[in-house]
Design a protein around this ligand. Structure first.
Ligand code: NAD
Ligand code: MG
Length: 396
């Protein structure tokens, strides 16, 4: 196959760097066309000198100016702003777009890639949580290829029948699927006493036992809001209802999720907790390429356990599942509130258990209407952020 041009949205982050690592191992197949990031001009400069993209886009003009200084004398053109990010994602020369910006900021560039019918590798779960129906409608209307990168959804995708994978069928039960089993480790506080959760520090919350990730998703894993967002993500990706999905706690993170069939079979995808596996799968689908990941060594596995999640320990998980049943306005609202609450927690402004308070109160105080356009989704997102900020001010 000829070389494919790749855009990495969120290039300086955990998923972005893992993507570039896989690309480096398969240089004859992928060429880095554009790199996109937020503010870290220094890291971006390093990546540009290594991968020599045609374009590099930063979120602000200031960061773009810093990057330009680092890149004088190179052929990389430096741009900034959301429109430039979207332009890269929809560029005619681009084949594959890795969507790995964190949070709602990823929505517009990801939708641009979908609308241009690209092969979209989706790590940015927040965009699907915000715009599920509209997003999936656009995938269909524009003939985009959507491959889930979130490890659980990638695992589920791998365990589904080819007719579903290739879009020939979109009905799970007609294909014999009876349940999607979404696994999660339970995060760093699975065993911690409930009474001591209020005093959790930022360092404790971002120290995930199995995965190394960005700070926002690490906190989401500790509250299990991450599993809640993934629950909503699964509903949209696999065209199923909340009743078709079950969350299973599996602390070892070796099974990345499972699919149960009508005849009693359960298919699981397993591997090291290393995002380079789902990234390599998405890049090469339906082929397989080297990801640099060590094989599982079964002689070293001591424990392999499963339990049910306790909603007293993880109230954010329950909140997100309820929002999933309620609809799009609720999921957009809870996602926005959570981004604000997690940022406030990371800045030391609120406590760990306040994250749930902010999320629940924001939802409670919001009027939920039907969201049909990107504009109404963005408006709901803005309103919820504003409300969450006000609630945080009253908590302090
Ligand atoms: P991260 O914090 O390490 O990286 C985030 C990236 O987004 C950085 O490159 C940053 O510069 C960029 N960014 C932030 N704001 C931006 C803006 N306004 N415009 C453009 N770029 C911006 O996060 P991560 O852990 O790599 O996660 C990225 C996404 O992937 C998240 O949606 C997360 O939920 C999802 N995800 C991550 C993992 C993981 O293992 N890290 C696993 C599954 C899903
Ligand atoms: Mg995940």
């Amino acid at each position: 196959m000829s070389e494919q041009n790749l855009v990495v949205l969120g290039a300086t982050g955990s998923i972005g760097l893992s993507t570039l690592d896989v690309v480096s191992r398969n240089e004859e197949q992928y060429r880095v066309f554009a790199l996109v990031a937020g503010q870290n001009a220094e890291k971006m400069a390093e990546l540009c000198s290594r991968h020599r993209p045609k374009y590099a886009v930063m979120s602000s003009e200031q960061a773009a100016q810093q990057l330009s200084q680092h890149l004088t004398g190179t052929t990389t053109e430096v741009l900034h702003g959301v429109e430039a990010m979207a332009e890269m994602a929809r560029h005619v020369d681009v084949d594959i777009v890795m969507s790995a910006i964190v949070g709602a900021a990823g929505l517009l560039p990801t939708l641009a890639a979908v609308e241009a019918g690209k092969k979209v590798l989706l790590a940015n779960k927040e965009s699907l949580v915000m715009s599920g129906q509209l997003f999936m409608d656009k995938v269909k209307a524009h003939g985009a290829t959507l491959l889930p990168i979130d490890s659980e959804h990638n695992a589920i995708y791998q365990c589904l029948p080819t007719t579903i994978q290739t879009g020939q069928s979109s009905n799970l039960s007609h294909s014999g699927v009876s349940k999607i089993l979404l696994t999660g480790s339970g995060g760093p506080f699975l065993q911690r006493s409930l009474a001591s959760l209020a005093s959790v520090t930022v360092e404790e919350a971002v120290a995930h036992p199995n995965w190394s990730m960005g700070r926002k998703i690490s906190v989401d894993s500790a509250t299990m809001m991450n599993k809640g967002l993934e629950f909503i993500e699964a509903k949209w990706l696999f065209n199923c209802s909340a009743d078709d999905i079950e969350v299973v706690i599996h602390p070892q993170s070796m099974i990345h999720s499972m699919v149960q069939y009508r005849d009693g079979s359960v298919l699981a995808q397993m591997g090291q907790p290393d995002m380079r596996t789902p990234i390599a799968y998405g890049l090469a689908y339906p082929e397989r390429i080297d990801a640099g990941v060590e094989p599982l060594d079964f002689s070293q596995i001591v424990d392999f356990t499963f339990t049910k999640p306790d909603f007293n320990r993880y109230p954010n998980l329950k909140l997100a599942i309820d929002a999933c049943r309620s609809g799009q306005a609720a999921t957009t609202t809870v996602n926005a509130a959570n981004e604000i609450a997690v940022a406030a927690f990371l800045e030391g402004k609120i406590g760990f258990c306040d994250i749930y308070r902010v999320n629940a109160l924001t939802l409670e105080q919001s009027t939920l209407s039907v969201l049909k356009s990107v504009e109404s989704i963005m408006e709901t997102d803005r309103t919820a952020r504003h409300r969450a900020q006000q609630i945080i001010a009253t908590l302090r």
